[in-house]
Design a protein around this ligand. Structure first.
Ligand SMILES: C[S@@+](CC[C@H](N)C(=O)[O-])C[C@H]1O[C@@H](n2cnc3c(N)ncnc32)[C@H](O)[C@@H]1O
Length: 253
């Protein structure tokens, strides 16, 4: 199965500890800090099940969500509330929009899913193409520290419940420091109506990027790096930071 096919319907349950309200507060604080005015149209790139897309839509932004997984997007559609973002099934390296947007956000290490040489530049260049002049690009990545120390070759089990039925998700990581590639082998056991557990498997791949590589790709594709933060309070990164939040401005002459 391709990435996210098997776990799309339990994805939000497995990530229930994430606070998208606080994250959206941070996104809006970045808009206030780095843009001259509140953007009206915002793209959520690799939006997945639309947690950030819906959170920002509820705050009055016109939202577009792009993701390449139909399964994740169908979860995003299913939770549509009073506002319905425009969801597009496209690749983040080559997507097409109807026009430019004021800001692009890309959350929860989706950038790390760009694993092939040149993917980062292809994605950043497409983002640049669809940003207004001086538009803001805000994304986060897992840091090299997290790949080496938290993921490594570790294994763990996530256990939860969905609609009264148990879910167990086994994760086995395999990180290769020489290539920077990290494979995640997921095995999902989901309780059925009759108490049996249905097994599904999928493999995901992330690539570890150094801060220098990210900044070089931004510069090459027409961005000015604004800042890198360690948390939602604009904290400065340290050697043990697990996630960098990077803000960049699209320069267009
Ligand atoms: C960790 S999930 C994050 C989803 C969402 N941003 C969130 O905060 O929950 C990564 C997402 O990236 C998407 N993705 C991975 N590679 C992609 C690509 N090349 N183009 C578009 N989406 C991609 C996956 O389908 C998945 O929905």
């Amino acid at each position: 199965m391709s990435q996210y096919d098997a776990i799309a319907h339990v994805y939000d349950r497995l990530n229930a500890e994430l606070d998208y309200g606080a994250w959206a507060d941070f996104v809006e604080a970045n808009f206030a800090r780095h843009l001259p005015a509140r953007p009206s149209l915002v793209l959520d790139l690799a939006c997945g099940t639309g947690s950030m897309t819906h959170e920002l839509a509820a705050r009055g932004y016109d939202m577009i969500g792009v993701d390449r997984s139909p399964e994740m997007l169908s979860e995003a559609y299913a939770r549509a509330g009073e506002t319905m973002p425009l969801f597009l099934c496209q690749d983040m390296r080559s997507f097409e929009l109807y026009g430019t947007v004021g800001a692009v956000v890309c959350c929860l290490d989706s950038i790390n899913y760009l694993t092939a040489d040149g993917d980062l530049e292809r994605c950043f260049s497409t983002v640049h193409n669809y940003l207004d002049p001086d538009g803001l690009f805000l994304f986060d990545v897992n840091t090299p520290y997290k790949f080496a120390h938290t993921y490594g070759d570790n294994a763990y089990i996530l256990e939860d419940e969905l609609d009264g039925r148990s879910i167990f998700c086994g994760w086995q990581n395999a990180f290769d420091p020489s290539s920077g590639l990290c494979d995640f082998y997921l095995t999902l056991f989901e309780e059925d109506d009759d108490g049996r557990f249905i097994r599904a498997e999928e493999t995901q791949h992330e690539r570890c990027y150094t801060h220098d590589a990210l900044l070089a790709a931004l510069e090459k594709t027409g961005f000015a790096h604004l800042d890198t933060y360690a948390d939602y309070q604009f904290g400065a990164p340290t050697d043990t930071t697990e996630r960098w939040y990077i803000a960049a401005r699209a320069i267009k002459h």
